[in-house]
Design a protein around this ligand. Structure first.
Ligand code: ADP
Length: 467
């Protein structure tokens, strides 16, 4: 099959979260399984110098065996310090920036001259593509056999704009109706993608179920339920080559499940870097993530005084909303002997947090898939999570009696639920043999991209059969 990925961020070129990890890894796995894959993304300031000129409108580079990544150029739209917005909020012209990505992708593909089977769109930024294929390119022989698939990585981000902007989309104004792009009198890119894509996926089976409910559907549950025959939940994998404590270039020394004592060295380094007391018998609870509502930071704030009465240290690493950045700095100041905060995006330091922590905090309100719990498991760092979305699909509650579990699940998203799970975690930490057994089991858990890629291939084939 000839498959094109279109995404607003792709690791290692541009990344703010898990979307980039998926779009940087899944295409490589599909190529490894014998498919012809390419990627199209914006050519941002941060991708400058990472590609050669391809034509007047695009740059190109090759990854994997022969996987071309095309960077669509538009200096006015993409030559900026951030991908989506700055401290003042989202860039006001995001509607134009991503409508351009959608239009230009299809023009660019036509220009390449070889028809593709599947255009795999990701999140709202590419949500207009399925609509353009069905509307602007209906009857165009070049795309006659092309099918589109939309993956929802996070339903909370929908690309919503005022209806007055409809004329800027380059698509027939009649599509501003509740059966197409309109959502409560506004333009909604993601809804357009859901309605017009030939197939829809969500990034975990549990999330695919949750987004059909009022509680988690972010208003789109009705549209999703109407289209559920075309919806599948496919769990993301983890890139186990990249995330491997035995070969990790950011870790000195590397370690395996047979040499867990090396984790103590990383723990010491982490404590030192954050000016925390360097002690091994107090567990470190780490956190790495975007600082936003979704990640459960408000709950951590409510529980923090109680948490700090316990024998533990907390290490936070992240960037995001100003109020959460300030909160973490404030907590680290108030509890300087027990809490540290690193407010920046730093790939190499994140590896230190995964390796140097004993537990990984993930009290998310919702979590479409979540990669950080998979990463922490791989590093022998035990996740403590809410049972939502992909967390429910990957973390099982530890029970010594029933000899099961790779983490700790909060019984509820509440202060009591969090403290109860922390107390159980502390109980296991205090029994070294038990804790080591849990770590070894955690490190052996696998969610491979090969397995996810095979599920995606089934979806692609299903779409093509209907062609
Ligand atoms: P989301 O997609 O909601 O952002 P995921 O858990 O799916 O969350 O993926 C987050 C990814 O971003 C992980 O690879 C994580 O290591 C990385 N990450 C998040 N914040 C930072 C940071 N401040 N520095 C380095 N890496 C980060």
């Amino acid at each position: 099959m000839r498959i094109v990925f279109v995404a607003s961020e792709v690791f290692p070129f541009a990344k703010t979260g898990g979307l980039a990890d998926v779009c940087g890894t899944l295409p490589l796995e599909l190529e490894r399984l014998g498919h012809e894959v390419s990627i199209i993304m914006p050519g941002y300031r941060c991708t400058d110098g990472r590609h050669q000129p391809f034509n007047a409108h695009a740059g190109v580079t090759t990854i994997g065996k022969d996987l071309k990544v095309y960077f669509l150029r538009h200096p006015g739209f993409y030559d900026r310090s951030e991908l989506y917005g700055d401290a003042a909020g989202d860039y006001p012209d995001n509607i134009d920036r991503f409508a351009f990505l959608c239009h230009e992708t299809l023009r660019f593909l036509k220009g390449l001259g070889t028809p593709v089977d599947i255009i795999h769109c990701h999140d709202w930024q590419t949500g207009l593509i399925p609509a353009l294929l069905k509307e602007n390119y209906a009857g165009d022989p070049f795309f006659a056999r092309t099918r589109s698939i939309l993956t929802i990585h996070n339903l909370a981000y929908q690309g919503v704009f005022p209806k007055e902007d409809m004329s800027r989309l380059g698509i027939d104004g009649k599509l501003f109706n509740p059966g197409a792009l309109e959502f409560y009198e506004k333009i909604n890119f993601l809804k357009g993608g859901i309605v017009f894509a030939d197939h829809i996926t969500a990034v975990s089976p549990q999330y695919a179920r949750e987004i059909q409910t009022r509680e988690w559907g972010c208003g789109l549950e009705g549209v999703i339920r109407q289209n559920k025959e075309r919806l599948a939940g496919i769990l993301n994998g983890l890139d186990y080559m990249h995330w491997d404590p035995s070969t990790d270039i950011f870790l000195d020394p590397p370690y395996t499940d047979g040499g867990l004592q090396a984790k103590a060295i990383h723990k010491g380094k982490l404590q030192q870097a954050l000016r925390l007391p360097v002690v091994d018998d107090i567990p470190v609870f780490g956190f790495v993530g975007r600082l936003c509502y979704q990640k459960g930071l408000d709950l951590l704030e409510s529980a923090f005084d109680d948490l700090m009465k316990r024998p533990l240290q907390a290490v936070f690493m992240g960037v995001g909303e100003e109020k959460y950045q300030k909160l973490l700095v404030k907590l680290a100041k108030k509890y300087s002997q027990q809490c540290g905060a690193i407010i920046r995006y730093d790939e190499s330091f994140s590896h230190m947090v995964y390796a140097g922590s004993d537990f990984f905090l993930m009290p998310s309100i919702y979590e479409p898939c979540g990669l950080t719990q998979m990463i922490s498991l791989r590093y022998g760092t035990i996740p403590l999570v809410t049972a939502v979305g992909g967390l429910a699909d990957t973390v099982t509650d530890f029970s010594r009696e029933e000899a099961r579990g790779n983490g700790f699940i909060m019984s509820a998203h509440s202060v009591e639920g969090l403290l109860e799970a922390v107390d159980r975690a502390l109980g296991v930490f205090s029994r070294q043999e038990l804790f080591n057994g849990l770590r070894i089991h955690a490190m052996a858990c696998r969610w491979t991209w090969e397995s996810s890629a095979r599920h995606y291939i089934e979806c692609y084939e299903k779409c093509l059969r209907s062609a």
